[in-house]
Design a protein around this ligand. Structure first.
Ligand code: S3P
Length: 179
């Protein structure tokens, strides 16, 4: 059964918290259009995110993120799988808060490490693939995620599929809102 999203639903959280997988499941199960920010930015730049960071620098990537969020915020309600660093700019949080609902997927540093340790697609973690680095970065970012989030869901001990199923029910039962 399709559900009409009442306003954009932004899924935020640390790298590897399952934003993409959970969004894909929700989008399919409820027939809701979805934007995967990282994929769209890579497509627009014509190169992978690691290459944007290496050739243009992080600031250019962050500016692209802000511009994309402005577009999304001004458009039709969609499900948005955000990049893990989206909460770093207060302006991004303002856009998301003003236009939609923000759902945070949370996890411990150990859970994140287990999920991302074989990935080479995340420039922030390349060369820093260990629990200590993840814990330190998470401690720095966590206040921003939590201040932004309207709803927080822990993924510890669960698969992304289970988390997605739970969220699908919540969105369905709430007529297109997550609460
Ligand atoms: C980043 C997270 C990545 C991507 C970029 C920067 C971050 O997205 O946007 O590598 O600063 O946390 P994912 O959270 O989808 O890995």
């Amino acid at each position: 059964m399709s559900v009409i999203l009442q306003k954009p639903l932004y899924i935020i959280g640390f790298m590897g918290s399952g934003k993409s997988t959970v969004s894909r499941h929700i989008s399919r199960a409820l027939g809701i259009p979805k934007i995967e920010m990282d994929d769209l930015l890579a497509e627009r730049a014509g190169k992978p995110i690691t290459q944007i960071f290496a050739e243009d620098g992080e600031e250019v990537f962050r500016q692209m993120e802000t511009e994309l969020l402005r577009e999304i915020g001004g458009g039709e309600p969609v499900l948005v799988s955000c990049g893990g660093g989206v909460v770093l700019r207060p302006e991004n949080v303002e856009i998301m808060k003003a236009t939609g609902t923000i759902l945070m997927l949370s996890a411990t540093p150990q859970t994140i490490y287990n999920r991302v340790r074989h990935s080479t697609k995340r420039p922030i973690l390349n060369g820093n693939m260990n629990v200590e680095f993840i814990a330190e970065l998470m401690a720095k970012r966590d206040p921003a995620y939590r201040a932004a989030a309207d709803v927080t869901v822990s993924i510890d001990g669960k698969t992304s599929d289970i988390v997605a199923k739970e969220l699908v029910e919540r969105i369905r039962n709430n007529g297109g809102y997550v609460s």
